[in-house]
Each structure stands twice: as structure tokens, then as C-alpha cells.
Design a binder for this molecule. Structure first.
Ligand code: NAD
Length: 285
């Protein structure tokens, strides 16, 4: 299997822009695709913003001109055919809507050359939900990034039973070459490794709070001191964003989740407190 050299990212929102910029920063020729010129203008602004963040946070290499060089490695287009025409790897980071994703895979199945590997960055769908629409189930898998990928730099690589092991290895190699720590997942699992660990921790913390067992500060302190972790669950909620936490809790039928959604809405969302992004959540920043 030849090494992956050219990358196309579909969708240049929160995660797509980070995935594209991070690969360009590490020298890959990257094409970024979005639906229209307005979306591409936003993408340009996101890339410039990321260059500033990499410099300000002194990401290794950023002070030697690499942050600007990355911008030169990025090509933006709203033409899907030309976006995928020469890609070794296409990473899809479009909204988390099953039919929208399936429709896009149907299109690129026709437009991309046979050599192209497709990968989804979906957080909640399994690659098996999409593989039959790719026209190449053996060359399809998931590569899942975490937000703020220059710091939280893991890439969870997860295939389906139909994924060619050589394709899996090539994508693991790509992740490493683009500055990520590859997390090799051997079987399909909703939530990958990270969210399979993190979600139960966050749910348990919410339960302790709602049952009046302990305060957020006490729960966080317990977790930090006893495990050596840098943050407790409520500090993590503030970073993830209480709007996202609310959406996840509200969409679960479970009574505890519904109660937590209401708690977040009444005490935080309705008061404009969304966590770190607004300067206040469980803590003040
Ligand atoms: P987002 O809404 O910020 O960005 C989505 C982008 O896709 C937008 O730029 C939009 O214009 C574009 N788009 C819409 N329809 C499209 C189409 N048909 N073709 C191409 N582009 C299209 O979303 P996001 O937060 O970046 O999430 C994207 C994916 O990444 C989702 O699958 C999500 O589960 C996953 N993800 C998100 C996070 C996160 O923290 N936000 C973390 C890991 C994975």
C-alpha cells in the first residue's frame, strides 16, 4: 500500500478546518472542500485563526514559519469532483446527519479514483452505517479526532469487518505523520475508546451532583487528587461546553439524563453560561 501523501477534507467547520490545517502544517498537500463560497470564506478565516493559535501556543515548528507555510499547502474548493480527483485519502467531517453523509458518499464513490481511501470523522455513527454507500467498503474506515487537535492530539482509527488491514495501517501511518498519536481500535465500538471511558465518568458525576451527594468542586477534587488527572468531570464539562452537554443529555430517554438536561438549562444555559467559551460554567474563567 503506497504511503498517503495527498489529503482532501470534506467540510471545513469546527473539526474539518482543524484536520485540514494540522495535516497542512505537517507538510501534506491538502484540499479543503465545502458547499459554497460563503462556507469557503469562513474556512479561510478559520485557517488564519488556527495559524495564530499554533504560533501563540508555540506548537513545535510554528515559530519557524511552519504556521504560514501550512496556509500555502491548503487549497480550497467548492467543486466536489476536483476536490477528490487526486486524493490518496478523503476525510469526511460534514454535519452529523446520517442521510447527508450517505448522500455525500454516494457522490464521491463515483467521483473519486479507485485508489482513494475514505474515512469518516463521525463521533456517533459507526463506519458500518456508511460503508455500503462508499463503493469501496475495503477502503473505508473511521478516523476520529478530538476538538483542539493540536493539543488533544489523538486520532482514533477504527475499521469495519470489511476494512482491508493494509488500508487500516496506511491510515495509522498518516495519523502519525500528521502529528497525531494513533489509537488503534480493533473492533467497531460506538464511542471509540475515548468516549467509552469519558461518557460514563461524566454521567456518574452528574448523578452525584443531582442526588446531592457532593458539590462539583468536591467531585472534581476527588478525581484529581486520587487519580492524578489534571481535571475533574465538571472542569471537562466546562471545556466541552454546556450547550453540547445539554444536547446530549436532552436527547437521551433516560430519566437521569433528562433531569440533568433540565438542571443545565435552568442553572446555566438560560443564564448564558456555557462553560469556558463564555467565561462561566461550573467555574468562572
Ligand atoms: P460543523 O457544523 O462545525 O461543520 C460542518 C461543515 O460541513 C460546515 O462547514 C458545513 O458548511 C459543511 N457541510 C454541510 N453540508 C455539507 C456537504 N454536503 N458537503 C460538504 N460539506 C458540508 O461540524 P463539526 O463540529 O466540525 O462536525 C463535523 C463532524 O465531525 C461530525 O461528524 C462530528 O461528529 C465530528 N466531530 C466533531 C467534533 C467536535 O468537537 N465538534 C469532534 C470529533 C468529531
Amino acid at each position: 500500500m503506497p504511503e498517503i501523501k495527498t489529503l482532501t477534507v470534506l467540510g471545513t467547520g469546527v473539526l474539518g478546518s482543524q484536520i485540514a490545517y494540522q495535516a497542512a502544517f505537517h507538510g501534506f498537500a491538502v484540499t479543503a472542500y465545502d458547499i459554497d463560497d460563503e462556507a469557503l470564506e469562513k474556512a479561510r478565516a478559520r485557517f488564519a485563526h488556527l495559524a495564530g493559535i499554533y504560533r501563540a501556543q508555540k506548537v513545535a515548528g510554528a515559530e519557524e514559519g511552519q504556521a504560514e507555510a501550512a496556509l500555502a499547502n491548503l487549497r480550497l474548493t467548492a467543486d466536489l469532483g476536483s476536490a477528490v480527483a487526486n486524493a490518496d485519502l478523503v476525510i469526511e467531517a460534514v454535519p452529523e446527519l446520517l442521510e447527508l453523509k450517505r448522500d455525500l458518499y454516494r457522490k464521491i464513490a463515483e467521483l473519486a479514483p479507485a485508489k482513494t481511501i475514505f474515512a469518516t470523522n463521525s463521533s456517533t455513527l459507526l463506519p458500518s452505517d456508511l460503508k455500503d454507500f462508499t463503493g469501496r467498503p475495503d477502503r473505508f474506515l473511521a478516523i476520529h479526532y478530538a476538538n483542539n487537535i493540536w493539543v488533544q492530539n489523538i486520532a482514533e482509527v477504527m475499521g469495519t469487518a470489511a476494512t482491508d488491514p493494509a488500508v487500516f495501517d496506511a491510515v495509522v501511518g498518516f495519523a502519525r505523520n500528521s502529528g497525531l498519536e494513533p489509537i488503534e481500535i480493533k473492533k467497531e465500538k460506538a464511542g471509540y475508546v475515548l468516549n467509552s471511558l469519558l461518557v460514563p465518568l461524566l454521567n456518574a458525576a452528574a448523578g452525584l451532583l443531582l442526588q446531592g451527594i457532593a458539590s462539583p468542586e468536591t467531585i472534581d477534587k476527588t478525581w484529581r487528587i486520587a487519580t492524578g488527572a489534571p481535571s475533574g468531570p465538571f472542569q471537562i464539562y466546562d471545556v466541552v461546553g454546556l450547550g453540547t452537554a445539554y444536547n446530549i443529555a436532552a436527547s437521551s430517554p433516560d430519566a437521569g439524563s433528562q433531569a440533568f438536561a433540565k438542571y443545565l438549562k435552568d442553572n446555566y444555559l438560560d443564564k448564558g453560561k456555557l462553560g469556558v467559551s463564555t467565561g462561566e460554567g461550573f467555574y468562572t474563567y
